[in-house]
Design a protein around this ligand. Structure first.
Ligand code: SF4
Length: 238
């Protein structure tokens, strides 16, 4: 599979997003799913995919720290597209995490918090799939700049499909407006990129669109799209 995907990679770069999606559904059937946090890109992608195939599989990593507006949007998506979002939870509840790792881990060690609440759940979910579809765009972060529309995901060991990798934010919003796609109400309040409540703030005029994520730290990614080892719990009394 890996070799075939590497050979297809260059050709897939010429495909439009709907062709990439059709290829993904035809090739992987029930074993491909869209991963979404329901940002603007994710919403455009879900809408597009719903026009290509019915009975989509969409999953989300519910860190249990999402905004109420995000949970509302998940409900809207289920109704509008007549699908059931597969919610993937961390192994530990927020209370259990606090008991083992201490309070406010997201402030002291956000990489470890993201590993526990996003990366491990994603790894578990991807274990049941042959391919996953994301809505990352190359110009979002340096780590995403080399993303292919179809590529082998060496970190998780399956095919990764990024149909709108070459889109701009402007194209995403144009699609949303043209197709009357629902989106997170926080986007209207200067939250261009939305994650957990603890690690997301509104951006100020002139700031980068992802400046509101992990503001004040050098962290720019939760680790889903970059290589990052899973950390161990601290020693007792450490
Ligand atoms: S975004 Fe923040 S709260 Fe959410 S999992 Fe990562 S560090 Fe934890």
């Amino acid at each position: 599979m890996k070799e075939g995907i590497e050979q297809l990679r260059a050709a897939a770069e010429t495909w439009r997003p709907d062709r990439v999606l059709a290829w993904a559904f035809d090739t992987f059937g029930e074993t491909v799913a869209i991963s979404s946090a329901f940002g603007a890109e994710g919403m455009a992608l879900i809408d597009m995919a719903s026009r290509v195939r019915q009975n989509l599989r969409v999953f989300t990593l519910d860190t249990e720290f999402l905004f109420p507006e995000t949970y509302n949007l998940i409900d809207q998506v289920e109704q509008r597209y007549d699908i059931r979002i597969e919610r993937v939870y961390p192994l530990a509840s927020p209370e259990e995490q606090e008991r083992v790792y201490g309070s406010a881990l997201w402030q002291r060690d956000p990489d470890q918090c993201c590993n526990l609440r996003k990366v491990e759940p994603l790894r578990r979910k991807l274990g049941e799939l042959r391919a996953w579809i994301t809505s990352i765009r190359r110009d979002q972060t340096a780590d995403r700049a080399a993303a292919g529309k179809v590529e082998w995901d060496a970190k998780f060991g399956l095919v990764k499909i990024n149909p709108i990798a070459d889109w701009s934010s402007k194209q995403v919003w144009q699609y949303i407006r043209e197709h009357d796609v629902p989106y997170n109400a926080l986007h209207e309040r200067n939250y261009p990129s939305i994650g957990c409540t603890h690690c997301t703030r509104a951006v100020r005029p002139g700031e980068d669109s992802r400046a509101g994520r992990w503001s004040g730290s050098s962290k720019t990614e939760c680790g889903l799209h970059i290589i990052q080892p899973l950390a161990s719990p601290p020693e007792a009394g450490a």
